[in-house]
Design a protein around this ligand. Structure first.
Ligand code: GRF
Length: 186
């Protein structure tokens, strides 16, 4: 039984958005932290807090075979909503279809601007005065699903991609738990 209020967070790295989603959980329960990188810092953090976790190194594994195993793990924890949080892997069409409408992602730009990588460098290069972050529904097209929430962040004259990233990241940590709460309630 897939319960929308039981959320899995998918990570590949440091997991700061994952921590924000766990620490600000309201209206949803984090049922599983899953990763395609067993060494991801966030997995250690989850284990230390006794949050159920699942990790399988995706390197060299067939994409859909990996995604089917991931999907089984989600089902065995009764997950109904998936929050991608720095999951650096494109999901297979099979997985996106299987979980259609139940996968969210946070992206460090004001979508539809700057899909893909290096968003902060591209915003600075374009001399934008604001950057920001977006939470969107995941579809097969990269960073292109319905936008559910955004926060704008000013870009200062001396910003580097790194300083802008820090400011945007703080906004991400406020935005994602709020949007997820609204999403699971709808
Ligand atoms: C964040 O910038 C997020 O917007 C992007 O990947 C990064 C993940 O950072 N999708 P963290 O692992 O949550 O710290």
């Amino acid at each position: 039984m897939r319960d929308p209020r039981r959320v899995a967070i998918l990570i590949s790295g440091r997991g700061s958005n994952m921590r924000a989603l766990v620490e600000q959980a309201d209206g949803y329960e984090v049922a599983l932290i899953a990763s395609n990188k067993p060494q991801a810092a966030g997995i250690e953090w989850a284990c230390a807090r006794s949050i159920p976790s699942w990790a399988l190194d995706s390197k060299g594994v067939d994409k859909e075979a990996f995604d089917r195993k991931l999907s089984d793990a989600l089902d065995s924890h009764g997950v109904g909503t998936i929050a991608l949080a720095g999951f650096m892997r494109i999901l297979s069409p099979w997985f996106v279809n299987e979980w259609h409408g139940h996968i969210l992602n946070i992206h460090p730009s004001l979508l539809p601007k700057y899909r893909g990588l290096d968003t902060h460098a591209r915003a600075i290069e374009a001399a934008d005065s604001v950057g920001g972050c977006s939470v969107h529904v995941v579809t097969e097209e990269l960073d292109a699903g319905e936008v559910l929430g955004q926060v704008e962040v000013p870009i200062e004259p001396n910003d580097t991609p790194e300083t802008l990233e820090q400011r945007v990241l703080a906004a991400e940590h406020r935005l994602y738990p709020k949007v997820l709460k609204e999403f699971v309630a709808r």
